[in-house]
Each structure stands twice: as structure tokens, then as C-alpha cells.
Design a protein. Structure first.
Lengths: 110, 110
């Protein structure tokens, strides 16, 4: 059973555009959602996170929007840069471990 | 500096050989994980360790075993490696809320 789903699987945007990455989940008890960023050849690293008491979390060019009623989140990357090209994972904490989505591969074209 | 270190970074083994992947962390985290990552499949959980000699199967434990004799060290063992175990393996440790991942071991079984 897939607890966390991400879309699209891959996304290409031009430099300067806003990239929107989507995430949905099934378990309404989830209350914390980190996003991890993974560059080729490296392990995932925490990028930004949000708790369910908030509907928005901003960190520079990265913003999470959270819709608790619809069980959906989105990560917006404004003014996308080629250095943002990476795979992004949405996650939610289960009892023993995080449930990770399958990731969105973002390519930013200069 | 919080760090998870994986050794080796690259490994080539023949089918039927034994494989040892090593992971260390310097944060005294109790909980550690082994994942494998394959294209399109995201991060698949192999094993969880809650502390020394306290391990639990993840979603895909078949063909793997683990060892944790010290809190800072967590090993993944493949007894008689198979070609379908060719993958990138990530170790992670979990602090209060988030994971810290290592840089991965790229294993090729021929």
C-alpha cells in the first residue's frame, strides 16, 4: 500500500520559472511532512518541512503549501535555477519509519 | 558536523559472493535504516535498527541481513549476492524528527 504519492514523475522547466511538485497521502494521522532533495550521486538531504498545523512554509525560493482537507501538499520552487535540478521526495512519518513517495525528477534548463 | 558515512562507495561483486556494506554515524542516533534505490521505484526499506542488536525487517528484507553491534555502526550483509541486488544502497539515521542519509554504495553484481 502506497502511503505517499508524488506527481509528476518528471518535470522540466526553464530557468526563472516556478516548478510545482505535488504530493498526496492517505493516512490522516500524518502530521509532519519533510521534503528531501537528492542530487545525482548523493544521498537525499532534508530541504524543507511542514507540520500539519500550518498551511504554508517558506524558505527562500522553496515553499510548501498544505491542504489538510484534501490530504495534499505541493512544493513550489520559484525562480528555478539549474542548480535546483535534482530529485525531490515527499515523506510522512509512520510508526517505525518515514513513508517516501517515489520522487519527482526536476530538470531546470538554462 | 552530523554525518552518515558509507563504505565502500562503489563495489563490484560476482554472483554468489558475499557482500558487506558498512555504515557509520556520529550523532548517537538510536534508529538507523538501510534502503535501496532503483530507477522509478524510489527508496525501498530493507531493514530498521532501533539500537544495538534490535533490528526489524522492512518492506524488502529477503536476501539481506543486518548487524548492529555498536550504536554508531550498522552493516548490511548480502549472503550469496544475486544480480537483482544490483542497486544503490543508502543508510540513514534518524534524529528527533528527520533522517540523515549517507552518500550511498553503488553495488554491481555480475
Amino acid at each position: 500500500q502506497q502511503q505517499v504519492r508524488q506527481s509528476p514523475q518528471s518535470l522540466t522547466v526553464w530557468e526563472g520559472e516556478t516548478a510545482i511538485l505535488n504530493c498526496s497521502y492517505e493516512d490522516s494521522t500524518f502530521n509532519y511532512f519533510p521534503w528531501y532533495q537528492q542530487f545525482p550521486g548523493e544521498g537525499p538531504a532534508l530541504l524543507i518541512s511542514i507540520r500539519s498545523v500550518s498551511d504554508k512554509k517558506e524558505d527562500g525560493r522553496f515553499t510548501i503549501f498544505f491542504n489538510k482537507r484534501e490530504k495534499k501538499l505541493s512544493l513550489h520552487i520559484t525562480d528555478s535555477q539549474p542548480g535546483d535540478s535534482a530529485t525531490y521526495f515527499c515523506a510522512a512519518p509512520g510508526y517505525q519509519n518515514f513513508y517516501f513517495g517515489k520522487g519527482t525528477s526536476l530538470t531546470v534548463i538554462p | 558536523d552530523m554525518k552518515v558515512t558509507q563504505m565502500p562507495r562503489y563495489l563490484i561483486k560476482r554472483m554468489g559472493e558475499n557482500v558487506l556494506l558498512e555504515c557509520g554515524q556520529d550523532m548517537s542516533h538510536e534508529t538507523m535504516y538501510w534502503y535501496r534505490q532503483d530507477p522509478g521505484l524510489g527508496l525501498q526499506l530493507i531493514y530498521i535498527s532501533y539500537d544495538v542488536d534490535s533490528n526489524s525487517e522492512g518492506d524488502i528484507p529477503k536476501g539481506y541481513r543486518v548487524s548492529r553491534k555498536k550504536r554508531e555502526h550498522f552493516s548490511l550483509i548480502l549472503d550469496s549476492a544475486k544480480t537483482n541486488q544490483t542497486s544503490v544502497y543508502f543508510c540513514a539515521s534518524r534524529g528527533c524528527s528527520d533522517y540523515t542519509f549517507g552518500s550511498g554504495t553503488r553495488l554491481l553484481v555480475i
